[in-house]
Design a protein around this ligand. Structure first.
Ligand SMILES: NC(=O)c1ccc[n+]([C@@H]2O[C@H](COP(=O)([O-])OP(=O)(O)OC[C@H]3O[C@@H](n4cnc5c(N)ncnc54)[C@H](OP(=O)(O)O)[C@@H]3O)[C@@H](O)[C@H]2O)c1
Length: 290
C-alpha cells in the first residue's frame, strides 16, 4: 500500500470513511465489521469517523464504537492505524444535522470520543464544520487546547474555506495536520482549498470522493471519461476516480465510504493504479479542473 504523510505520521494513500456504516441505509454489524476488516486486510491505515455518524438520538458515536470494536476484533496488527474522528456536529435523531462549535461542547465531545475509542489520546481530531453561532477562532482555539492538553495527538479541520485554513494554521501554531472538504468529479469547488493544502504541505482529505452514498454507483454513467479510462485498465470507474485524486497532489488522501467488503477492497486498490499523463489530463478536462 502506498503511504502518504498526514501530520507526523504516514498512513495509507486511501482511507476508509465510516459514515455509510452508521447512518441511513446502514448494514448490520457483522457486515460492517467485515467491511472494516477488509479495508485493514488491504493495507488501509486511516479510518475516518465522527461522533455524529449515527442514526437515532440515543446512539451518539455509533460509528466510533463500531471502529473501536473492529480494531479490537481484528486478527492482525493495528498499531499503525490512525483513527480520525470529529466533533462539532450533532444528529438529533430526526434525520437532520445540527452544529455546536462552542468550546464547552468540543471539550465534552472529545472526552466522550476518547471513551468510545478506548484511547488515552485521539489520533486525529477534526473540527467538523464551522458553526455560524460561534466565532471560528473560539472553536479552533478549543481544538488547540485539546492538543496542548494531550487529549488529541493531531488536529484537523473540515468544511473550511482558504481563510479559515490560514486562520486555523495560525491559531494552532503551525500544527494543522489536515483539512477535510467535499471533493469529487461532481464537486470540484474545493479545488482552491486543495491547492492551498498542497502549498502549505497539509494533508487534504476529500470527503464523498465518489459523489456520496447515493451518487457513487453512477460515477461512470455521469462522467464518461472515467468510464473510458476504467475500461482501458479493466477496473471500476470509482477506482479510477480515486487514482485521479491521488495523482492531483501528494497531499491528497481520499476517504471513500463503504458498507461492503467488496467496495472497500476495490477502493483500496486505487493506490496501485497508475494513470498516464494523458489520462490524468483527460479526466481533469472532463470535470473542468486545470
Ligand atoms: N467532513 C464532513 O462533513 C463529511 C461529510 C460527508 C462524509 N464525510 C466522510 O467522508 C467519507 C466518504 O464520503 P461518503 O461516504 O459520503 O461518500 P463516497 O465515499 O463518495 O461514497 C460512498 C459510497 O460509495 C460506494 N463505494 C465505495 N467504494 C466503491 C467502489 N470502489 N466501487 C463502487 N462503489 C463504491 C459505497 O458503496 P457500498 O455502501 O455499497 O459499499 C458507499 O456507499 C464518509 O464515509 C465520511 O467518513 C465527511
Amino acid at each position: 500500500m502506498q503511504l502518504r504523510q498526514l501530520g507526523d505520521v504516514q498512513v495509507s494513500a486511501i482511507g476508509l470513511g465510516g459514515m455509510p456504516m452508521s447512518i441511513e441505509g446502514r448494514p448490520d454489524e457483522t457486515r460492517a465489521l467485515a467491511t472494516i476488516h477488509a479495508a485493514l486486510d488491504a493495507g488501509v491505515t486511516l479510518l475516518d469517523t465522527a461522533d455524529a455518524y449515527h442514526l437515532h438520538a440515543d446512539e451518539v458515536g455509533h460509528n466510533e464504537s463500531l471502529i473501536a470494536k473492529a480494531l479490537r476484533t481484528y486478527g492482525g496488527d493495528t498499531s499503525g492505524v490512525l483513527v480520525a474522528t470529529k466533533g462539532g456536529a450533532l444528529r438529533p435523531g430526526d434525520g437532520s444535522w445540527t452544529l455546536d462549535g462552542s468550546p464547552e461542547h468540543l471539550r465534552e465531545a472529545c472526552e466522550a470520543s476518547l471513551r468510545r475509542l478506548g484511547v488515552d489520546a485521539i489520533g486525529l481530531y477534526q473540527f467538523h464544520r464551522p458553526d455560524p453561532k460561534v466565532p471560528y477562532a473560539e472553536s479552533v482555539g478549543a481544538i488547540r487546547d485539546l492538543l496542548d492538553a494531550g487529549k488529541i495527538r493531531m488536529a484537523g479541520i473540515s468544511n473550511a474555506d482558504p481563510d479559515q485554513i490560514r486562520q486555523a494554521q495560525e491559531i494552532l501554531g503551525g500544527r494543522l495536520a489536515s483539512v477535510q472538504n467535499q471533493y469529487s468529479p461532481a464537486f470540484v469547488s474545493s479545488r482552491p482549498e486543495l491547492d492551498l493544502c498542497d502549498e502549505l504541505g497539509i494533508a487534504f482529505l476529500p470527503w464523498s470522493p465518489l459523489g456520496g452514498i447515493s451518487g457513487a454507483a453512477e460515477l461512470g454513467g455521469k462522467f464518461a471519461a472515467f468510464a473510458e479510462v476504467a475500461r482501458e485498465h479493466d477496473v471500476s470507474p470509482q477506482r479510477v476516480c480515486l487514482a485521479w485524486m491521488l495523482a492531483t497532489s501528494p497531499v491528497v488522501i481520499p476517504i471513500p465510504g463503504s458498507s461492503r467488503p467488496e467496495t472497500a477492497r476495490d477502493s483500496a486498490a486505487a493506490a496501485d493504479l497508475v494513470l498516464t499523463a494523458d489520462e490524468k489530463t483527460a479526466l481533469d478536462e472532463a470535470v473542468g479542473v486545470f
